[in-house]
Design a protein around this ligand. Sequence first.
Ligand code: ADP
Ligand code: MG
Length: 339
Amino acid sequence: MPPTVESSATPLPGPATSPGDHAGIVVRGVTRSFGAVRALDGVDLDARPGRVTALIGPNGSGKTTLLLVLAGLLVPDAGHVRVGGHDPVTDGPAARALTGWMPDAFGTWDSLTAREVLTTYAAAYRLPREAARTRAAELLETVHLTEYADRPASVLSRGQKQRLGLARALVHSPRVLLLDEPASGLDPRSRVDLRELLRGLAAQGSTVLVSSHVLSELDELVDDAVFLSRGRTVTPHGLAGGAPVRRTWRLRALSYGALTRWLTSTGSQWRPDDDVPPPGSPDDLPDDPPGGVLLEVDGDAGAAQLVRDAVGAGVPVTSLAPVGGELEQAYLTLDEERR
Ligand code: ADP
Ligand code: MG
């Protein structure tokens, strides 16, 4: 699935969604403070059934706080929340029954085996003993932990614990999944597995909300993206339409010397592309090898113009491509300071 950033997930002007009118996640104007820190400062969000929605923001932007509110583990100061049509504050048991929650760190279950963690959870959700055993075995298989089923959860690696945490969140076949940084600590193979698992759950109609501050984890995984910045939902420049997005592009040519001399003569700001030799000044180079540069370009139209101008000036251009994924570029335009 190609990475897509759909502006429908961001609070754009348009037909207002009335609270609770879909079976996914609806958040309107939610605030939550910890002492003087306003962790959530009026968040709006929709995560729809059948889609994987990313909750993206730098450290401290309020992702975990929001997920805790949705999981019914933290009461908001104000605002409106619906999870699968239920209010986690006033209708907690009903909301929790259909919500799977995976925290960012696996709790202390040191004395239990991986299998016992799952059967214990299944019992808490009142699955009959036999069904619980079957479900646990099935989920251990799904997250590739069958081999570790009867070892203490404490011996698992961080990535294995993450996978057990995911299995735990799925024990009661929830229709809404809340995952806090689920890909952190996973090796590349496990990330692909995670992606396939979440896509499969969405295809069956589940609502999946997954937070991350590592954009490369989310590209190719998500359908919609919601950006959090200082406890508010924000629309990155460019996602809401309007002005073209200024982003970094990689321009390569058969002659690094010709490319950089031309760029300099036009007054363009550029920097060497460290991925492509040669580094250093073109004047220091004995001959004229191919090479590339990175530069900022305004939108696709700007990129097209750049190619026309370069080719027109006789630069032997071989390629021009944007650097980084679409989510990453959108994220960078937030121009957000970490806190
Ligand atoms: P994120 O998950 O996006 O990194 P958090 O939701 O964990 O962000 O935190 C948002 C802000 O709220 C941060 O400034 C954080 O320090 C603060 N915060 C979160 N939880 C608590 C808490 N239990 N007590 C005090 N401050 C908190
Ligand atoms: Mg967090």
